[in-house]
Design a protein. Sequence first.
Length: 253
Amino acid sequence: MTWWSAVPNRGSANDKLKMLPAWAKRCGVQSADTAKVSESVWKGTMHGLLWLSSLYVVILSGKHSFFHRPCQVWDGIVWNKNLYVDPPAFDLQVIYALQLAHYLHTAYATLFVDTWRSDWIALIVHHVVTLSLISLSFIRRFLPMGALVLFIHDISDVLLEFTKLNVYFKWRHGKPSMINKYLSDIGFLLFALSWLPGPDAEPPIGLTALNAPKRRHQRHYLRKALYGTCFSELPLLHGGGPVLPDTSNLKSL
């Protein structure tokens, strides 16, 4: 018998997660939401750890300066047939490995572990797209850009799970809990604000275009990417195909 097996009430991480629904039930959370509490705690914890690791690598370690100078995300990109002829920074590779493992597990959990949701198809599409972006940016050696985007993005997921937890606790023992209501409202507001410089806005690319006049091709790419994104979302927002614009002046962008 090892010393670890002699420790009383040690419990595995899985056992402790199983205790969360019972705790939520004792707190008066509605029965339909008790199973979701452990999921949000797990996801929020994982995203928090991923964000802290990105915070250390991108800012606190002092090895990289592209957070303060976004133009540098394009520096040092070496194109060759073998990725490891001149490998990227090891700590950036670790960030990518952690993120890849996390989203692989998340895709599996969505299908086989988590509480079944009606929007599971949208979740799977999101995970597949995320895994594709992580993999392709690694292959194309955009690790500094990817690490910066992941650092900005992960805090949004932490705020999302925090907000969801407070939504589950808004009704306790059949009565409204005002503190959880206010916390859920604050969490939602912070979540919405976190997306302003988030993955849709891509501030590194925007700042690169604004602060590096010599990189005119990047400004050109930014404008066309922004135009293409907005144009492609019109059918989703309005339920029909958009009117095709005059593209004769696109070359002047």
